[in-house]
Design a protein around this ligand. Structure first.
Ligand code: 4IP
Ligand code: ADP
Ligand code: MG
Ligand code: MG
Length: 369
């Protein structure tokens, strides 16, 4: 009987039947048949069959609207299996049909670009305030501009003093980068400068950065962009991933320091290689421990606590560098909405716990009414 139901109907049925009956997740498993969990964490290398035991209670339907690339990297079989064990079901949103006619969803998880989608999701959130939209489009919008993304960060009042946080000095160039040279000097920005496209628009070009060594080279750049001081940091950066209340930090390789000698000798612009987005971490590379040491835990917790409020986001990451020669002076250089979580250790379990907590909170709310 259940084999003819779609994922959404099954999830609904699970919920409607309530949490008192064990084995509802079994229904979901039967539909999908046998699934091999590739590796790691809960259910490592395990062959999950329809007889696999479940201890699920609540159920949660997560409608998702993601690019094919994001869907492939994020919605791995292991995530779906672990989620299903907890009664969490992922359902693709059909972009060709009105959103309100789909679902009902408990959560809408999305990362799509464009004003049209923003309007759809805003309208949906207004009509369905009971649905958790991850995350609100207005908050995401702020992250799509490299100037607004860092605003307010330097003024944060952190409850932990084991580190301090800054953003590199930067200015926006909207047009005519040649005439920006004087403004750069006026603003007190020191070369070399990192030139970053102002808008994050989902294209590879938005991530094509340049290093501009001198005034003259600015004319070669394509506005709109931000010009940001390069901060020496010893070639290691930290990606701080946030999923709701959870924080995970990984080291990545970054650009080496630029010596005074190099600054004096080199001119023009140089394309930035995308070292830091490689999946390879900097963990096994031989680096000075004072450079590679992770930011203090309490400091990160205090920072993220403030950032959640400032940004109004639950799914994001922060790229941070430690100023070379300092103990714990950090610069935030980039913030990403719904970043490449597949490269975050144990991301599947982290997301399952995140959604499971949501399901429990929702359940509690219903019981309290
Ligand atoms: O900016 P950096 O620090 O490099 O981090 C990037 C951005 O978050 C990208 O999103 P956006 O282009 O919106 O900024 C994201 O692409 P997707 O969200 O398209 O996957 C990348 O995911 P990976 O490509 O999986 O690494 C992630 O590595
Ligand atoms: N101000 C800076 N000083 C030193 N290195 C930087 C600076 N800004 C960026 N980088 C380096 O360039 C990489 C990419 O820059 P980032 O701002 O994170 O752009 P993207 O959104 O494309 O990841 C960073 O991970 C880091 O290695
Ligand atoms: Mg980055
Ligand atoms: Mg980025």
């Amino acid at each position: 009987m259940f084999g003819t139901l779609g994922k959404l109907e099954t999830a609904r049925l699970m919920r409607d039947l309530g949490s008192s009956c064990g084995g509802f997740e079994d229904i979901g498993m039967r539909m999908e048949g046998e699934i091999i969990v590739p590796h790691g964490g809960d259910g490592e290398g395990e062959q999950l069959t329809e007889t696999a035991p479940f201890q699920q209670t609540e159920s949660l339907v997560v409608g998702y609207a993601l690019t094919p690339k994001k869907k492939n990297s994020f919605l791995q079989p292991k995530l779906e299996v672990l989620a299903r064990r907890k009664g969490i079901c992922f359902v693709a949103i059909d972009l060709n049909r009105p959103l309100s006619e789909q679902g009902p969803f408990d959560v809408v998880l999305h990362k799509l670009l464009g004003k049209e989608w923003q309007d759809v999701i805003e309208d949906y959130q207004q009509k369905h305030p009971e649905v958790t939209v991850l995350d609100p489009p207005g908050a995401i919008q702020r992250i799509h501009n490299r100037q607004s993304m860092l605003q307010g960060l330097a003024d944060l009042n952190l409850s932990d003093c084991s580190g301090s946080i800054f953003v590199p000095k930067q200015m926006v160039v909207l047009k005519d980068s040649a005439s920006s040279a004087d403004k750069v000097v006026e603003a007190g920005l020191k070369f070399p400068l990192v030139a970053k496209p102002l808008w994050i628009d989902g294209t590879a070009k938005a991530h094509q950065l340049f290093l501009a060594y001198d005034r003259r080279s600015l004319a070669e750049l394509d506005p709109p962009l931000v010009l940001q001081e390069f901060v020496n940091h010893g070639g290691v950066m930290f990606k701080v991933f946030v999923v709701g209340e959870t924080i995970k930090v990984v080291r990545r390789l970054s650009l080496p320091n630029i010596s005074n000698c190099e600054k004096a000798k080199v001119d023009g612009i140089v394309k930035f290689p995308r070292v830091s987005c490689a999946a390879a971490s900097a963990d096994n590379v031989d680096v000075d421990p004072s450079i590679a040491e992770l930011p203090p835990k309490a400091f990160l917790e205090a920072l993220v606590k403030e950032l959640r409020i400032l940004l109004g986001l639950r799914l994001f990451n922060v790229d941070m560098i430690r100023e070379h020669g300092s103990k714990n002076v950090f610069y935030v250089i980039d913030i990403n909405y719904f970043p490449g979580y597949a490269k975050m250790p144990d991301y599947e379990q982290v997301f399952v716990d995140f959604f499971h907590n949501m399901a429990q909170a929702k359940q509690k709310k219903i019981h309290c009414k």
